[in-house]
Design a protein around this ligand. Structure first.
Ligand SMILES: *Cc1c(COP(=O)(O)O)cnc(C)c1O
Length: 363
């Protein structure tokens, strides 16, 4: 079967090199070989996240750590900042964990704004908040630095940040921002197979977690820290993922992190320009567009071109490329084009050419 190249916002296309790394022979996860592997990538991960904390590896998808953060850190009430499908879901997950939870809901397409977070936190009801930096369903990036600045005003509130589709696509300085948890799944901007989450906790988060009685075992952040101190994971990880991550971190170093971030920003701008050139509007509020994917309005916003997205998707797929037809309640009234991972100007131009041809065939 011919491979259809992924331009959906996760999972994204995985390189041959990464697959080869993934498929190396197994080693024991308590042996020196594994410890050496983890110890080798630890400083690279710390460099990526600008942190002196140990970076943890959880071979779960991102939701494992997202749920874990709730179980480890919420004792009073959590404020779930909601602006799209993934961030909205975190409220439901908080409640399913038996926690008191409240929504800060903004319309899809809008970012979370610091002023609104400030107002909520000022009530003194909350000991944690969840924020999705890059809301993949709407293609919106919220102003992380402005929101994180509130940590100084509310030092006892745990700032839990999902950077699932932005980590490694843009710079996030964990220590300088003063965040408490930062997490990502690797099938997005890391361009690895799904099944691995990378995350880091502040010392305050670890101290808080240690006081929580019902944090469970599998996603116990204190266990992650204890094991990471010995270059290990609490339970048997998917070792193939760790090999693949080591290979990917080599790629990041070869390109240079700043170059990698700049490439993502440049390619996202190219996609926005392509959309404008074809008469489409964008779904995100102006100034808050993601740098790793573009959510194109197809009727969700007033004005702009409207086409049959399902048909366009099929016409593009016939040319060997998969695009996304919109997520959740904006399926069909938007579509999404990813530039995450290993994409280049040349590969993005192939995507635009396929889209142009598809649009031409739609008439
Ligand atoms: C994909 C995604 C998730 C969910 O990740 P899983 O790997 O399915 O657990 C969470 N948050 C954001 C922002 C995402 O893009």
């Amino acid at each position: 079967m011919a491979h259809v190249k992924l331009h959906i916002p996760g999972p994204v296309e995985v390189s041959e090199k990464t697959f080869r790394a993934f498929c190396q022979p197994m080693i024991g996860h308590r042996g020196q070989g594994f410890k050496d592997l983890y110890a080798k990538i630890q400083p690279q991960l710390q460099g990526l996240l600008s942190t002196r904390q140990l970076v943890y590896l959880s071979t779960s998808s991102a939701w494992g750590v997202m749920e874990g953060a709730i179980r480890n850190l919420v004792s009073k009430k959590v404020l779930n900042c909601m602006c799209g499908a993934f961030s909205d879901k975190w409220l439901d997950v908080s409640k399913r964990c038996g926690k008191e939870a409240e929504a800060l809901q903004v319309p899809w397409g809008s970012p979370i704004r610091a002023e609104e977070v400030d107002k909520k936190l000022a009530t003194g009801q909350f000991d944690a908040l969840t924020l999705i930096h890059n809301e993949t369903s709407t293609g919106v990036m919220s102003p992380l630095a402005e929101i994180a600045a509130l940590k100084q005003k509310y030092p006892d509130v745990m700032f839990i940040v999902d950077a699932v589709s932005s980590m490694s696509g843009t710079k996030i300085d964990f220590d300088a921002l003063g965040l408490d948890v930062l997490l990502a799944g690797t099938q997005k901007a890391f361009a690895m197979p799904p099944g691995l989450a990378v995350f880091v906790c502040s010392p305050a988060a670890l101290a808080k977690a240690a006081t929580m009685k019902d944090r469970g075992y599998y996603f116990d952040f204190v266990e992650f820290q204890k094991n990471a101190e010995q270059s290990m994971t609490p339970s048997t990880p998917s070792i193939g993922h760790v090999y693949a991550l080591a290979s990917k971190l080599e790629d990041f170093a070869a390109e240079g992190l700043e170059n990698r971030f700049a490439r993502h920003a440049r390619l996202a701008q190219m996609t926005r320009d392509w959309a404008a050139g074809q008469g489409f509007n964008l779904f995100p509020e102006k100034g808050y567009e993601s740098v790793t994917l573009t959510c194109v309005s197809n009727g969700a916003r007033p004005g702009g071109r409207v086409v049959d997205v399902a048909k366009l998707q099929k016409l593009v797929k016939d040319q060997g490329i998969l695009i996304d037809g919109g997520y959740g309640k904006i399926k069909g009234t938007t579509f999404r084009l990813s530039n995450m991972g290993d994409e280049t100007e040349a590969t993005m131009k192939q995507l635009y050419a396929a889209l142009d041809k598809g649009l031409g065939q739609l008439g």
